[in-house]
Design a protein around this ligand. Structure first.
Ligand code: NAP
Length: 244
């Protein structure tokens, strides 16, 4: 059964650009209301919010640092005050790093883990009581093909995306009896700002586009039958897989 997203409240982290922005627009088109959570570039978040509003969505923006526990503690209450419900959490915000293992300081590993793993863990815990009240509850975790693989120069990022994928699978197994879907999306190289940081060796030609990932997320949220999709891997067509 394909469900409409009308009046669902979807929390998206890191929606100022790239995959998060494309997802916000896609879900607004499908009728969802949006809480755009986190991000440092306020004008970019405002741009996403305005685009989504022009499509008819109600949008509440909460820019800030998602690795700051005080910010995290306050934001769910603010979203509930604004919308009165949370149906979906999309853990999208993340950072990458490209350096040989030997030259990757442990501080870099800690920083990447904090946003790529700890923040999705904490946010998922915080929204869970409210997801339990929704008939169409879901958490979507944006891992990566680096959640399966390891490329040279990607030790810290690959560790974080493997961790997120593992965490996502465990939470999915805990919550499926309650009707709460937990999906992992693992894209290969997507044409966003992050790509040049994570894989400076790749050209942008023929890359997966943010909208392709957004379309997949929309499908996951709309496709609710007895069959449950735990994980989707996305790679580019045709050429040898360029993945991050
Ligand atoms: N691009 C790819 O090839 C690719 C492939 C597979 C998976 N992914 C994953 O997809 C997700 C989105 O990436 P993207 O490619 O769309 O990259 P992007 O354009 O750089 O977007 C990442 C977003 O995360 C936000 N963010 C990062 N750290 C944050 C923090 N501490 N607090 C709040 N917000 C924070 C950024 O906001 P600010 O810049 O304003 O802080 C930005 O809006 C990431 O989890 C990434 O690992 C990307």
């Amino acid at each position: 059964m394909k469900i409409l997203l009308d009046n669902r409240v979807v929390v998206i982290t890191g929606a100022g650009g790239g995959i998060g922005k494309a997802t916000a627009i896609k879900l607004a088109e499908a009728g969802a209301n949006l809480a755009l959570l986190g991000g440092h570039n306020i004008s970019k978040i405002n741009q996403t919010a305005e685009l989504a509003r022009s499509l008819g969505a109600r949008v509440f923006s909460l820019p800030g640092d998602l690795t700051d526990d005080n910010f995290l503690a306050s934001c769910i209450d603010k979203i509930l005050d604004h919308f009165g419900q949370i149906d979906v959490l999309i853990n999208n915000a993340g950072i990458a790093h490209n350096a040989p293992f030997e030259k990757t300081d442990v501080e870099v590993l800690d920083k990447i883990y904090r946003i790529n793993v700890r923040t999705p863990f904490v946010l998922s815990q915080k929204v869970l009581p409210y997801l339990r009240l929704s008939d169409h509850a879901a958490i979507v975790n944006i891992s990566s093909s680096l959640g399966h693989k390891g490329y040279a120069g990607q030790s810290a990022y690959a560790a974080s995306k493997h961790a997120l994928r593992g965490m996502s699978k465990a939470i999915a197994n805990e919550l499926y009896t309650e009707g709460i879907r937990v999906h992992t999306v693992c894209p290969g190289g997507v044409y966003t700002d992050m790509l040049s940081v994570a894989r400076p060796d790749l050209s942008s030609e023929g890359m997966i586009m943010p909208d392709d990932v957004a379309e997949t997320i929309l499908f996951l949220l709309q496709y609710r039958t007895n069959a449950v999709i735990d994980e989707i891997n996305i790679r580019r067509e045709g050429k040898p897989p360029y993945e991050i």
